[in-house]
Write a protein that binds this ligand. Structure first.
Ligand code: 5GP
Ligand code: MG
Length: 180
């Protein structure tokens, strides 16, 4: 049964599992057997990355960087990209894993940071795409699902750090964040 704060389950576990498997195959094919450095964007992508890499075959390593644009609200703020602990990216073929792309501003900033760290190539895989809300042009190579402009939580996505553990992606009830 869905959490009482969830208005509607948008993507259930089965749908997500099937699509993640396809995305893993697509991404692997694109790298043509070259070793991949899979870089997850914390914290939202941690569950997606964990499921994705378990469906990927071939040589890969995992790293994370941190990007925060949403504070405790539901609308974006200033982007901060934290690269502490990110390994040397020089000469590496990177697969950047992000939970959701909305205006596209975060992804642009993150891609700049990854390129500055010297990556040889960067591909992007994003589980959820609010494509109607795009404000800047950004290349997403692999998209899981196109989603509507609603505030989504679960499967790694949070609201004020809650709901990340829900196994599905759901629409958060407005009463939870309205007036906050
Ligand atoms: P953008 O910079 O593309 O507008 O925003 C991307 C970031 O905003 C995502 O990485 C995610 O952290 C956050 N975000 C955008 N839409 C949602 C949403 O519906 N739910 C949650 N939990 N975060 C979102
Ligand atoms: Mg994010």
């Amino acid at each position: 049964m869905a959490d009482p704060d969830i208005e509607k389950v948008l993507l259930d576990e089965e749908q997500i599992r099937a699509r993640v498997k396809e995305l893993a195959a697509e991404a692997c094919a694109a790298f043509e057997g070259r070793p991949i450095l899979v870089v997850g964007v914390l914290k939202g992508a941690f569950i997606f990355l964990a499921d994705l890499v378990r469906e990927m075959h071939g040589p890969l390593k995992v790293a994370f960087l941190r990007a925060e644009s949403y504070r405790d609200g539901t609308r974006p703020g200033e982007l901060e990209v934290g690269c502490v602990g990110v390994p040397d990216l020089r000469g590496r073929d990177v697969l950047l894993v992000e939970d959701i792309v909305d205006t596209g501003r975060s992804l642009v900033g993150i891609l700049d940071a990854v390129r500055e760290l010297g990556a040889l190539s960067v591909r992007t895989v994003v589980l959820l795409d609010k494509s109607d809300r795009r404000e800047v042009d950004v290349a997403v190579d692999h998209v899981g699902f196109i989603v509507p402009d609603e505030f989504l939580v679960g499967y790694g996505l949070d609201h004020a750090e809650d709901y990340r553990n829900l196994p599905y992606v759901g629409v958060l009830a407005r009463r939870v964040y309205e007036g906050s």
